[in-house]
Design a protein around this ligand. Sequence first.
Ligand SMILES: C[S@@+](CC[C@H](N)C(=O)[O-])C[C@H]1O[C@@H](n2cnc3c(N)ncnc32)[C@H](O)[C@@H]1O
Length: 100
Amino acid sequence: MMKMYHNPVLLHESVKGLKIIPDGTYVDVTYGGGGHSKVILQKLGPKGRLIAFDQDRDAHKNKIHDNRLKLIESNFKYLSFFCTLLSSSNEITLLIKSFS
Ligand SMILES: C[S@@+](CC[C@H](N)C(=O)[O-])C[C@H]1O[C@@H](n2cnc3c(N)ncnc32)[C@H](O)[C@@H]1O
């Protein structure tokens, strides 16, 4: 059975708090239903990047098709390894972790 993800609490307020820089590189370590990632992508410009993690295969059925997003099926404990591999600048602007 497909897993259901509820709407994240205070979604827009929490993303607003990130003060997104359009060209920044952001990491969502708990992708889930992609609610936070979707709003982050709306605020990123064409050069912005979003790296997202979810270890649960079901979450990957919610993948947003956007070439600025790289969704990784892995535990976020390997964050450092993947971000070094994927980030050309080796610089992560901000990391978001949400279990709401
Ligand atoms: C409540 S959901 C997150 C909701 C998401 N922020 C959204 O906007 O839809 C939590 C997700 O975190 C994932 N998760 C929990 N611990 C994790 C870990 N250590 N590494 C990767 N994913 C993890 C779970 O598989 C689950 O899909």
